[in-house]
Write a protein that binds this ligand. Structure first.
Ligand SMILES: [Mg+2]
Length: 362
């Protein structure tokens, strides 16, 4: 049976909320993010700011250099959470199968919805209209037979648009789709593909599953399906928590390994508190340390371990540090939960907003 999946994604969510609440900002380049003087990071910006090359996850100071008139608004978490709840309650009017990906993004499985005569296209249009009227912000939607294609489709007519890929259009659509649009294909994999002469999904379809496994490791198996537009993952209403972590961005770079090691007890303390606050039986599978260097390149080192252990964190920190031997702007410590180790990892860009906001909110 063909499923009907809608991927909903607000346009410049945080910035849109701020502009809605202060109409004087309309038409000006606006970003939500941390203080440029305190090494803040841009979480979201509007399209006027994007014209200058400003984008999310960029240092606020660099954004300001690109666009001297950029208005940078500090994030107001509560407001975004409230808007997110309001939007999710609209989603719930159409289906109980809603999978949140971040505050402003979700998959909806409307295969069995009776709303709008059962038309996913009409449901998406109605949701967009309601979000516009009830919340005064805009949302883009992608409609397709699976999550992968729905996610690609929501980006197709962004902002304030929607795009439908009906089952009979899948093979044409996927054939010309650039490999960079496949989630899981980052810069490194894409470069490897381009070097092999692979640019779009049609080029990938030539390879057998064994060849793809050979070329791209365990990801090859998923690639084989995705490049054919196949993605059977269900819409799951609750994600099992996969990890618990804390991180800190320092006002001044930590200049050496010794300085990083000295910060670990404080972070470990915070991590223990966070685990405690999560109020659940936690079964630790791995420990990890994340370092982001002065040049914004990050690395994560992890090790199988069943309990919190400062000495292990120190060793991981050393391994990570020695990968670049450069001053460190951000340190993070975390645990991966045992029951979750085998779950399919969500691609990073799904968590972008959360990840970047964590950087300056902690
Ligand atoms: Mg969004």
């Amino acid at each position: 049976m063909n499923r009907k999946i809608i991927h909903c994604d607000c346009d410049c969510f945080f910035a849109a909320i701020e502009i809605r609440d202060d109409p004087a900002l309309e038409g000006l380049p606006v970003a939500v993010g941390g203080d440029p003087g305190k090494r803040g990071v841009i979480a979201t910006c509007n399209y006027e700011a994007r014209k200058y090359g400003v984008h999310s996850a960029m240092a606020s100071a660099s954004a300001r250099r690109l666009c001297p008139d950029l208005i940078i608004i500090p994030p107001s978490k509560n407001k975004y959470g409230e808007a997110s709840r309001q939007m999710h309650s609209i989603f719930k009017d159409y289906t109980s199968l809603v999978e949140p990906l971040s505050l402003d993004e979700a998959f909806l499985d409307v295969s069995n919805s009776k709303k709008c005569k059962g038309s996913a296209t009409l449901i998406a249009a109605e949701i967009r209209q309601r979000v516009r009227e009830e919340m005064q912000i805009t949302l883009s939607a992608g409609i397709a037979p699976n999550k992968f294609l729905a996610k690609v489709a929501s980006d197709w007519n962004k902002p304030d648009g929607q795009f439908v890929i009906t089952p009979d259009k899948v093979s044409d659509f996927i054939a010309s789709l650039n490999v960079r649009k496949i989630y899981g294909v980052g810069k490194v994999t894409a470069t490897k593909m381009y070097n092999l002469g692979i640019e779009n999904c049609q080029d990938l379809q030539v390879y057998s599953q064994a060849e793809l496994l050979n070329l791209f490791g365990s990801f090859g198996e998923r690639l084989y399906s995705l490049c054919r537009g196949i993605d059977d993952r269900p819409v799951v209403t609750e994600h099992p928590r996969k990890s618990i972590s804390v991180e800190l961005t320092y006002n001044n770079d930590l200049p050496s390994l010794k300085h990083c090691i000295a910060e670990l007890p404080v972070l470990l303390d915070k991590l223990e508190q966070r685990i405690h606050r999560s109020n659940r039986q936690v079964s630790i599978g791995k420990l990890f340390v994340k370092l982001k260097f002065t040049d914004f390149i990050s690395t994560t080192v992890e090790q199988v371990n069943q309990e919190l252990n400062l000495h292990v964190f120190e060793q991981l920190c050393q391994t990570g540090y020695e990968r670049r031997n450069k001053p460190v702007r951000l340190l993070g410590l975390g645990i991966r939960l045992r029951e979750a180790l085998n779950f399919y990892q969500l691609p990073l860009d799904f968590d972008d907003h959360v990840a970047t906001s964590k950087v300056y909110l902690t």
